[in-house]
Structures are given as C-alpha cells and as structure tokens.
Unconditional design. Sequence first.
Length: 126
Amino acid sequence: MSPLKDLWNKMLDFFSDEEDPNEPIYDPVHFGAMIVIVIFSLGVVFWLLWTLLVFEGGLFRKIVPAFMVLTRQKTLNDYGWIGYPYELGIFEGFIANLTALILTVALTVAVWFVLENQARKNKNKD
C-alpha cells in the first residue's frame, strides 16, 4: 500500500499551489527584456556589418582607390569625385563606411575586454 500512497502524494505535489523554494523563478519582465535586448543587439550587428561591407559598395571597394589617391598615382577626379556633397564617385558612402568601421572596432575591443576580465576573474577563483 505504501507505493500507491507515494504515487498519490507525488500526484498531489504535482498539482499543488505551493511553490518549491529550490525551483528557479523566472520573471516575465526579465524574460521579455532579454528578448528585446537580443533582437536589438542582432539589429546593431547587422547594421554595422551591412554598412561596413555592402552600403554603396562597401569599404573594401574604396581601399585601393584611396591608396592610389594618397600615393598620388591618380586623382580624385579619376574616380568620379566632383565635390563633397554633390558627386563623390566611387567614394560615395565613405563616411558611413568609416563610421561603421570605427564602431565595429570599438564594439570588438569592448567585447574583448569584457571577456578578458571575466576570464581573469575565473582564473583567480581557481
């Protein structure tokens, strides 16, 4: 009769309204905030990479012409540059590309420092 009584008590515990103090508590606000933060972070990373690599030809399309102009092998006019706000030729969108490059490097360095500090804390615990 004892196994049947144990089974009955387990069933009653399963449908009980009492909270188990050892059970983790999930706050719906924290869960919702986590979802919003993850979606926002993915949007930021997508914007950075798209602006860096795709917008107006991307940064890599502008590197060789920029070196050609800096070494005075060609002029800006050879690449379609007429004037800053009007016609930039191949350098169209370079401000957005450089901004994305700076923000990507800053984000990468920040994440690296956070992970490095966490690894150092874990190493000191051991």
